[in-house]
Design a protein around this ligand. Structure first.
Ligand SMILES: [Zn+2]
Length: 372
């Protein structure tokens, strides 16, 4: 009897241990020393002007769940700039790129003082591959914040020259005219890029997906002379360029890569108060999010962060019409101060949960990469 009881106790203990083992999450979020798993690659995706209501409208409009719904770790970031409660894109992108607050319309640099290095510059110095893919010109405020030390966002030609000071390995976006048809000087920056070893192609050479691209050399593709057209009007390079870019950067350098992606025109739909444009641009951005999540799932060493620089339009879903289409209300033709969501997946993702300032995106990325 004694023996029997002991066996039962042992069995209960065994079952308890098994139960505990099964209910313990496979991935320990924080080790006792607060260490996180190192992110070899980082993909930072910014939906310009993409607040929670824009995402909600995408979810209600889409026939299937959005890719953004695949994230399990979600945070919120405060977006105010140095001089204004309502940020613009250059100030908020500077916060994420360089970890400092900047005045609106600036990148944190003045004629006297340079802003701290951006995550792309730090990555480049640490031998990582680097890339930018956007649906605006590459000299536009958000991508520029990762590259330029010019004092103002309106200085497109000066911003273009700053691209020559870095060696970003993969560049896709508009703005060709700021490189090869300049008003302020006679420089042809496309020729200068080629001299530096870049393979440079443009929309005049055909669709990017039809080009023969040497995967061992830096690559730039100009998708428009100025700003690219809307997705609805036929812009179709973005999803391919994101997917190709992640693989291109992974192959290029063994250390890893940092890839900055922007869905730039969600914001422009907001400024124009055109609800269907906001939703269409958000859904296209979300398809790119899906491709990057698929890449990260396969790769296992890639941290994907999806966020916005600010909300645009005071966008709200106010009603549904008889056909089930959303009726959208706008409060403003400019940006708002509402906090914006942050979604994270992959090694280091857990540190993006919580409510924090936009400058912390910069700090958290470097921490996840163990570069600080
Ligand atoms: Zn804007």
């Amino acid at each position: 009897m004694q023996m029997h009881l002991f066996t039962n106790q042992k069995l209960i203990l065994f079952l308890l241990t098994l139960l505990l083992a099964c209910s313990t999450p496979q991935q320990v979020i924080y080790s006792p020393t607060g260490e996180i798993r190192k992110a070899k690659n980082v993909i930072l995706m910014i939906g310009d002007g993409m607040g929670l209501s824009q995402i909600s409208a995408g979810i209600y409009t889409n026939k299937r769940p959005m890719n953004i719904e695949r994230f399990r770790i979600i945070g919120l970031q405060k977006t105010h700039s140095k001089d204004n409660l309502i940020t613009d894109s250059s100030a908020s992108a500077t916060a994420m790129a360089r970890g400092v607050k900047a005045d609106n319309a600036t990148f944190g640099s003045t004629l006297e003082q340079k802003a701290p290095k951006s995550i792309l510059e730090i990555a480049e110095e640490s031998e990582y591959a680097t890339g930018i893919t956007v649906t605006s010109s590459i000299t536009h405020a958000t991508p520029a914040a990762f590259v330029t030390y010019q004092p103002y966002r309106t200085m497109h030609e000066n911003i273009a020259t700053d691209y020559l000071l870095l060696n970003i390995d993969y560049l896709v976006g508009g703005g060709k005219k700021y490189f090869d048809r300049r008003n302020n000087d006679e420089r042809n920056l496309i020729s200068e890029m080629q001299t530096k070893g870049y393979q440079v192609k443009t929309y005049l050479d055909g669709d990017m997906s039809d080009l023969a691209i040497d995967r061992s050399r830096r690559f730039a593709y100009f998708t428009a002379d100025g700003e690219p057209i809307t997705h609805n009007a036929g812009r179709d390079y973005f999803i391919y360029a994101c997917e190709f870019g992640a693989q291109f950067l992974k192959n290029l350098r063994k250390e890893g890569f940092v890839f900055v992606i922007e869905g730039s025109q969600i914001d422009w739909g907001g400024h124009s108060n055109i609800g269907p444009m906001v939703i269409d641009e958000t859904l296209e951005f979300d398809q790119a999010v899906g491709r990057m999540l698929d890449f990260a799932e396969r790769d296992g060493e890639t941290l994907v962060i999806v966020t916005a620089d600010h909300e645009t339009g005071g966008f709200s879903i106010v009603q549904e019409d008889t056909k089930g289409d959303l009726i959208i209300g706008f409060n403003t033709k400019t940006h708002t101060a509402t906090a914006v969501p942050v979604f994270a997946y992959g090694p280091g993702a857990e540190i993006f949960a919580g409510f924090y300032d936009n400058t912390e995106i910069h700090d958290k990325i470097l921490r996840a990469m163990q570069l600080r």
